[in-house]
Design a protein around this ligand. Structure first.
Ligand code: PLP
Length: 406
């Protein structure tokens, strides 16, 4: 399917503005994507027409909001092809989803001396919750390294896995290197030894078509805000039989069946893990983001972003002193780089003044920075609304700055 990018851009009016009198070039969608009008309008419509607290409604608006909210659970189930709707838990983001699993899986299944494997290319959100859990439970973290070219050394799992290994937590797509990891093979290897796997899909869901049943992932987590949805909404997919054995993460309303001072009983999944009033508006508007993405199709989006990736990589390589971190063929639309002799912060600040929004610094991935022995980098990332013309403008701006600064 060929996408009509000019038409798509009309759905994102935010892109039509000038920043410092220069046309905005938004190359930071891996941090957070912009939102199409359909998502914004849904939020507005909810607040204007039928806002009410969900699951406890004795009135029309609360009932309608509940129906819509639960409808989005069905949409997410279909989107990631989960077997059961109760395997979809709404959280406030990938970070909260991982913290939930680290706490709750840890309470249920981790004992002193057990081991958890993470990779060297993880976002901090897929390292620190495991470290906290390991400290609490007396467990140990082991690490799958990556090669300088961004390839995860999956073969090292044979050395890392032992009878103490309980869980592997790994990203589907790395937020710095862009590497698309062979998660299905990792899961197969892990399951052969009875080990569970959590896949961090924050950078994957809108670039890779995800089928959690085919992957056989035990947990799959992602955030709405990176896929055209609102911020403050995330998803935890977990296999039913695991979620049922795991204790609640937070206590409060909704997650209970009955409360008394003699003892409290908990609700069924997914509600057991959804204490308190959730982000009702955010979840309902997220439904529009899923529709938007399904309409474009993840496959067509990925193919288009790949063209942008290949073009931008070629153009960047023309710049003297260019170092690109992560050069795998299986790569999504992010490019992390440095220019020799120029500080990433100086470049990103000056790019901003030229209307180009990029991410710079440690990218929430200190272990990747440590791997390359750098204190910071610049990252550009693409979404379906970016164009070849924008890349040309960005490259021209970058070339000018590199001449000035070197
Ligand atoms: N994991 C990866 C791979 C990410 O890229 C991010 C965000 O950049 C996160 C986790 C954390 O996501 P959030 O801040 O939405 O919780």
């Amino acid at each position: 399917m060929t996408l009509d990018i000019a038409r798509i851009r009309k759905d994102f009016p935010v892109l039509e503005q000038q920043i410092y009198n220069k046309p905005l070039i938004y190359l930071d969608s891996a941090a957070s994507s912009q939102k199409p009008l359909a998502v914004l309008k849904k939020e507005e419509q909810l607040y204007l027409e039928y806002y009410g607290n969900i699951h406890r409604g004795a009135h029309f608006m609360a009932d309608k909001a509940t129906l819509d909210f639960e409808g989005v659970r069905d949409q997410v189930q279909t989107f990631i092809k989960a077997a059961n709707r109760e395997e979809i838990i709404f959280t406030k983001g990938t970070t909260e989803s991982i913290n939930l699993v680290a706490f709750s899986f840890g309470e249920a299944f981790i004992n002193v001396g057990d081991e958890i494997i993470v990779s060297e290319m993880e976002h901090h959100a897929n390292i620190v919750p495991w470290q906290m859990m390991a400290a609490r439970k007396g467990a140990k973290i082991r690490v799958i390294p990556f090669e300088d070219n961004g390839r995860l050394m999956v073969e090292k799992l044979d050395e890392l896995i032992n009878e103490k290994t309980k869980l592997i937590a790994v990203c589907h797509v790395a937020n710095t290197l862009g590497t698309i990891n062979p998660v299905k093979a990792i899961i197969e290897k892990a399951h052969a030894k009875g080990i569970k796997v959590l896949v961090d899909g924050a950078q994957a869901v809108n670039h890779v078509s995800v089928n959690v049943v085919d992957l056989d992932a035990d947990f799959y987590v992602f955030s709405a805000h990176k896929m055209f949805g609102p911020n403050g909404v995330g998803v935890l997919y977990g296999k039913k039989e695991l979620l049922e054995q795991m204790p609640p993460y937070q206590g409060g309303g909704e997650m209970i069946s009955e409360v008394s001072f003699e003892g409290t009983t908990y609700n069924e999944i997914p509600y057991k893990f959804e204490a308190g009033t959730p982000n009702i508006t955010g979840v309902i508007a997220f439904g529009e983001a899923i529709l938007y993405l399904e309409d474009l199709t993840v496959e067509a989006v990925a193919e288009y972003e790949h063209q942008l990736l290949v073009y931008a990589t070629e153009k960047l390589m023309e710049i003297p002193g260019m170092i690109i971190y992560g050069t795998q063929a299986e790569k999504s639309g992010v490019i992390t780089f440095n220019v020799e002799g120029i500080h990433s912060f100086d470049l990103s600040t000056m790019l901003d003044k030229m209307g180009v929004a990029v991410r710079s610094g440690r990218l929430c991935a200190d272990t990747v920075m440590q791997h390359y022995n750098v204190s910071g980098t610049i990252r550009i990332s693409f979404a379906v609304y970016n164009t070849i013309e924008e890349i040309d403008l960005f490259i021209a701006a970058l070339k000018k700055l590199v001449m000035m600064l070197s």
